[in-house]
Design a protein around this ligand. Structure first.
Ligand SMILES: [Zn+2]
Length: 158
């Protein structure tokens, strides 16, 4: 729809699908990281997001334990990103599926063998990395904001 209407940056230039896919994943992942960072660092937003952090036993059920306002607040951000960049719907759909799969994986109450942990941890948020984010130690919970990719926390030093 965005391309058909000429909306967004990617509608202005012809790019191979694989470039749109990678760019769309990175942009969606960055927006998710920024939103999560804001949820922890803006006191009013933390009041909403801390519902997710009240679960002291991390497992896959934690994946969906959010205050309803969090979805209400993130939806305009996602829609705005799609319109601003003109991200194709199929890229958003794949990105959201990837995001959902990694969200379930990262909240799972599992301990992976260290070689798998190291390998997966080079790219995606693993249960070990996300367990640090769910720590009760403030310094640790205010780190590892990534939901899918590890690169934004590396880049921003969090
Ligand atoms: Zn959080």
């Amino acid at each position: 729809m965005t391309r058909a209407n000429g909306w967004g940056l990617f509608s202005q230039i012809e790019l191979p699908f694989v470039v749109l896919l990678v760019a769309g994943f990175l942009i969606r992942s960055l927006v998710s990281w920024l939103f999560h960072y804001a949820m922890h660092n803006v006191p009013l937003l933390w009041r909403v997001h801390r519902v997710h952090h009240t679960d002291t036993h991390l497992d896959v059920s934690t994946t969906v334990r959010f205050h309803p306002l969090e979805s209400v607040l993130s939806a305009p951000l996602v829609i705005g990103t799609v319109l601003l960049f003109g991200i194709p719907p199929v890229v958003i759909m794949l990105s959201e599926l990837f995001d959902a799969a990694i969200a379930v994986f990262s909240h799972a109450n599992i301990r992976m063998p260290c070689c798998l942990e190291r390998t997966f941890g080079l790219v995606v948020i693993t249960p070990h990395l996300h367990r640090i984010h769910h720590s009760t130690v403030v310094r640790e919970t205010n780190s590892n904001y990534g939901a899918t990719l590890v690169y934004w926390d590396m880049l921003f030093g969090t």
